[in-house]
Design a binder for this molecule. Sequence first.
Ligand code: ADP
Ligand code: MG
Length: 255
Amino acid sequence: ADMVDVPLKVRDLRKTFGGITAVDGAGFEIEKGSMTGLIGPNGAGKSTTFNCITGTYTPDSGVVEFNGEDITGLEPYEVAERGLVRTFQIARELSEMTVLENMMVAPMHQRGEALWRSVFARNDVNKQEEEILERAWETLEFFDIEHLANEYAGNLSGGQRKLLEMARALLTDPDMLLLDEPFAGVNPTLEERLLEHIHELRNQGYTFLIVEHDMDLIMQNCEKVIVMHQGRILTEGTPEDVRNNEDVIEAYLGG
Ligand code: ADP
Ligand code: MG
């Protein structure tokens, strides 16, 4: 297959914290335009894997490749620059800004100021602002939260906040989105909406890797499931394959 058909490749990833091996030789590949769930019991190493991919942590060993390029050990903004973007929880200082203001600063936050400057160096300042504002509005409308534009981010419900986090990530124009527990603290109505938006974006060609503890949610929404346990990939396959796998059942029951 063409390398662009498999944008993300993770090989033999390892990460320890003192004496704890959080990720113990994990490897997998993610196909373009797919929606894959990375599941596993608490402590399996999902978030650490996620953090090694996005540059939050540097792995002890192993390789992370994105669109054919070795991105292992790059800074988070350098990873984001290449189109591999994660959602960020709205930090405290951002909760004191409005939803629209959050959107306006999102690209700079994710991608680093250097890139931001270089992208817009050629345009005049008013035009830049106009373009960002236009995209911010479009994206808020896509997520049906434009009526919250002037609300302080700190006043949003858990689910609305997740929608804003996704909206902010999209403003950086990614190829692939990594979501770590995007449904945590989200009520069922908003969870349904969040899922609809993710499916719609997937249909537009975005690639998703969703890290999630809730096995059923992933089984119902992803075409491929990767199961982690004790820092390793226990199995991967379709939801049907994984659902009937004895080892998976045991890992979840045994913790
Ligand atoms: P999951 O996201 O699947 O619940 P994590 O990747 O968060 O799992 O954690 C895997 C293991 O690594 C756990 O034993 C956890 O306690 C440990 N761990 C994760 N992050 C750190 C850290 N920053 N320092 C020390 N131990 C950590
Ligand atoms: Mg986790």
